[in-house]
Write a protein that binds this ligand. Sequence first.
Ligand code: CTP
Ligand code: MG
Length: 233
Amino acid sequence: MTWVVVPAAGRGARFGGEVPKQYLEVAGEPLIAHSLRALFAHPGVKGAVVALAEGDARWQGWSDGSGRPVLACTGGDTRAESVLAGLAALPDEVRADAFVLVHDAARPNLRLGDLAALLERGREDPVGAILATPVRDTLKRAGDEGGIDRTEPRERLWRAQTPQLFRRLQLRLALEAAAADGIEVTDESMAMERKGARPLLVEGAEDNIKVTTPADLVYFEFLLARRAVGEDA
Ligand code: CTP
Ligand code: MG
C-alpha cells in the first residue's frame, strides 16, 4: 500500500488568471479532484497528503469517496518545498523505507495502467522510478540573436512526468540536500540523481499532461470528453 504526496501550492503564473489552475473546473470538478481520482483508481493507493498554499480557501477536502484518507498540509514557495512539507505530513505508519508517490495536482489525465506499471516496476528497483515519455521532436539549440546553433540529438532524451516513486526518507534527504546546495530541483528524480541514484524510466502515455497554459486545459477537456464516450485508447 502506497501513500501519495500531491503538491498543489503553486500559483499558476504561466497559466495566468485569478484562480490557481489546480482549481479550474473541467466537467464540474477542479483539476485537483480529477488528479486525486486518477490516483485513487489504483487500489494500492492508501491515502494522499495534499500540500496547499498558505491561506488556501478553495480546498474543499476532495477525496475518492471510498474512505481512503486525504490529508492537507501547507506547502512552500517552491515545488520542492511543498513536496518536503507533504513528506513530513505523512502519517507515522509510512515507514522511512516505504515507497511514496509524488504526483502534481495539475496533472489530471494519469492513466490507471501507467500508474500500475510505475508501481509494479518501480517497487522492484532499488531506488525507484518515474513515468516519462521519449522526446519525439527535433531539438534545436538556439544561439545569439535567434539563430540556430545546432540540432541536438534526441536519442535517449525523455520528458519527465509524474507520478514519481521514491522511498520516503531517501527522497526527503535528497530534496533537503538540493535545497542546502541552493539548487532548485524541478522534480524528485533530479534530487535523487544529484545523490548518484539512477531511477528507472517507465514509459507512460503522452497524454499524461501537466496543465501549464490555457491550451493545455482545452486539451484536457478534449481528452476527458473522448474518454466519456469510450474512445479512449
Ligand atoms: N507546486 C507546489 N508548490 C509550489 C509550486 C508548485 O505545490 N510552490 C505544485 C503546483 O501546484 C503543481 C505542481 O507543483 O501542481 C507543478 O508545478 P507547476 O506546473 O509549475 O505549477 P505552478 O508553479 O502553479 O505554475 P507556474 O510555474 O506557471 O507558476
Ligand atoms: Mg511552477
